[in-house]
Design a protein around this ligand. Structure first.
Ligand code: FES
Length: 174
């Protein structure tokens, strides 16, 4: 049996995962347990924060009253999304990667692009989706603490490449 309490936490967090009975914790249970990444008051001021959740580096945004967490490195070529600007495209809030300006929806991780009709070049370009490219993680708030739970979605996201292996952990300031 496992008991989860918070002991190893960022400043202000009261909880973190720890196996108290000294037995090996199931790696899958551990990987998908929620991790406290900071305080609600702090992210509401800064509007974004970075964290390492079970060896995966993520960025958490607070935008227009909602929280969003995603892999920190851009699915295109590993750009640092925590340094990008948030803009609306087609009414959808997106992080714009600072490296090549790809647009990624905060809510779903879809890559957006503008399409023109070659048969009617005078028509207004339309925003289209490439599908989910950036892995989105779950954010919950409890007692003023922000928790991130890694996505368990089985499909492969392009951003997985930059969240594993040699690219696994980057310096948050890069
Ligand atoms: S690395 Fe993000 S747009 Fe190229």
């Amino acid at each position: 049996m496992y008991l989860t309490i918070d002991l190893i936490s960022p400043p202000g967090c009261l909880l973190a995962s720890m196996d108290l009975d000294d037995t090996e914790q199931d790696p899958e249970i551990k990987e998908y347990s929620s991790v406290c990444v900071g305080r609600e008051d702090d992210i509401k001021k800064s509007e974004r924060m970075t964290a390492v959740v079970h060896d995966r580096e993520v960025v958490i945004f607070y935008h227009k009253g909602e929280y969003h967490a995603m892999d920190i490195r851009c699915y295109h070529s590993g750009g640092p999304l925590h340094l990008g600007e948030i803009e609306d495209f087609d009414g959808r809030p997106c992080i714009v990667c600072p490296w090549h300006k790809y647009k990624i929806t905060l809510a779903t991780g879809e890559g957006l692009y503008q399409s023109i009709n070659p048969k009617d070049p005078s028509a207004k370009p339309e925003w289209c989706s490439k599908g989910i490219k950036q892995r989105i993680h779950k954010v919950t708030v409890d007692n003023g603490n922000i928790y991130v739970t890694l996505s368990k979605e089985p499909f492969k996201c392009d951003s997985d490449f930059y969240a594993t292996g040699d690219f696994k952990v980057i310096k948050s300031s890069s």
